[in-house]
Design a protein around this ligand. Structure first.
Ligand code: CU
Length: 170
């Protein structure tokens, strides 16, 4: 009887573990390129933010990582227009630090660095496009380790129960 209960318990754990990706939002990363404060090269190569244009689905988290040795910002809007920073504004991102923003609604979101306004980027949120970018892969956070953990627990629990059953009942 205990073994049957344990197997039901393991089945429930397995179902819960398999449903986790439904709750984990995709994450995509954009790098703030080293040397961006100097201007010229990243502007001509369109990679001050790398990639400078990223297309994602709604409910995708974008994480900007400052790979430069100086402070930058991720500020919504265009530097030549009013109302910048109204959708999102990272404030100052220190070297090696990150800023994250979850995009919920479809649309085209321009952004720039308020300290170095020649640095521009764009996030396109589209329900029809798949989440993609040329330099990064989409990751589903914390699902891999959970699966491994659950599998390990299930394996050892089953082995333990089978061993006990063999010892006590046969
Ligand atoms: Cu900057």
């Amino acid at each position: 009887m205990k073994l049957e209960l344990a197997l039901v318990f393991l089945a429930i754990i397995t179902v819960v573990a398999n449903s986790l990706p439904a709750f984990a939002e995709p994450i995509i990363s954009v790098n703030i390129t080293g040397g961006s404060e100097a201007g010229q090269s990243c502007v001509s190569e369109n990679n001050c933010y790398n990639p400078d244009v990223t297309t994602i689905q709604p409910k995708t988290m974008v994480v900007w990582t400052n790979m430069d040795s100086t402070t930058h910002t991720v500020t919504s809007g265009e530097p030549s227009k009013n109302g910048t920073g109204t959708v999102f504004d990272s404030d100052q991102i220190a070297p090696a630090a990150t800023y994250s923003f979850m995009f919920m609604s479809p649309g085209t979101y321009d952004y720039f660095c308020s300290i170095h306004p020649w640095m521009t980027g764009q996030i396109i949120v589209s329900t029809t496009a798949s989440t993609s970018s040329p330099n990064n892969s989409v990751t589903t956070p914390e699902f891999g380790p959970v699966v491994t953990l659950v599998f390990s627990i299930s394996f050892f629990a089953t082995a333990f129960l089978v061993r006990n059953r063999l010892r006590f009942r046969f």
